[in-house]
Write a protein that binds this ligand. Structure first.
Ligand SMILES: C[S@@+](CC[C@H](N)C(=O)[O-])C[C@H]1O[C@@H](n2cnc3c(N)ncnc32)[C@H](O)[C@@H]1O
Length: 262
């Protein structure tokens, strides 16, 4: 884990000019084609069926849901479409503009505000569910963010999170090989997963995530996402599909947790 927390301002600046996956989308930001392309890319990593099983969107109809680091609103809009009262926080205005545009295109409603996961602009015990997908490993103090999430959740409220996985084939194998070949530390390779210049990325083992979430109960952990391109090419090109599918729930890149505030 990072020993030197980076300044939140550097993190904000990076994401302001690098909205998630935008570099892979050949359409102007915020157009219907942009969202269609983003959703296709995202659903290649995480199927719609899995997303519905993980979030159980319908359970939160008429209830209050907060998405921290909501990005362009892919997840938040699904809660909204199922009837939740949704709140999105992101550290960048770019993400909030995209999220708001997605909501307009869908005819949905939500409350969006710029803010930092580590200092949430909400009263305590406001939410039935908080989620944060692919965000907390980018913030200087994930532990502080988790304290804030605990504070704003109602008792019996649910928290869902995705972090990058330390015991993944990408980190343990491919990044080790790449580091040995290039001399770049593996921590720098993790920082760069979402684009060169990203001031902070991090990886968590199941044990590390369990410790981070130790105030929560009913913890469930899942691992997903193993793609051929995540393996060093000499191995990735010869591995059969069935072996990739078998390895995915063990050495995939996404580590998910779902838990309850007691
Ligand atoms: C990899 S993207 C994930 C976006 C979205 N959760 C998704 O699943 O598509 C990370 C997002 O987290 C936001 N972010 C990073 N650090 C943050 C912080 N400390 N507080 C709030 N948002 C943050 C970034 O601006 C960016 O939109």
């Amino acid at each position: 884990m990072s020993l030197n927390p980076r300044r939140i301002e550097d993190i904000r600046k990076f994401w302001e000019s690098h909205p998630v996956a935008a570099s892979a989308i050949p359409h102007p930001l915020g157009t219907p084609e942009y969202f269609q392309c983003y959703d296709r890319l995202r659903e290649a990593n995480e199927s719609v069926a899995f997303s519905y099983r993980l979030h159980e969107y319908r359970e939160f109809s008429s209830r209050r849901v907060l998405d921290i680091g909501c990005g362009n609103g892919y997840v938040l809009s699904k809660y909204a479409l199922e009837g939740a009262q949704v709140y999105g926080v992101d550290i960048t205005q770019t993400a909030l503009d995209l999220c708001s545009r997605r909501f307009v295109l869908l005819g949905s409603d939500g409350s969006l505000c710029q803010g930092n996961a580590e200092e949430l602009p909400f009263k305590e015990a406001m939410f039935d569910c908080v989620c944060s997908m692919g965000v907390l490993h980018h913030t200087p103090s994930p532990a502080r963010a988790v304290e804030e999430i605990f504070r704003v959740l109602k008792p019996q409220g649910r928290f869902i999170v995705m972090m990058y996985h330390r015991n993944s084939a990408l980190f343990r194998f491919t990044f080790s090989v790449r580091s040995a070949l290039t001399g770049k530390p593996t921590s720098e390779l993790v920082d760069e997963v979402d684009g060169p210049g990203n001031p902070k990325g991090d990886v968590y083992s199941k044990g590390e995530l369990r410790r981070l979430l130790n105030r929560f109960g009913d913890l469930q952990l899942f691992v997903g996402l193993l793609q051929r391109e995540m393996l060093w090419s000499k191995v990735g090109s010869v591995l059969p599909d069935w072996l990739l599918r078998m390895g995915e729930p063990h050495v995939g890149w996404f580590l998910y947790a779902k838990c309850i505030k007691p």
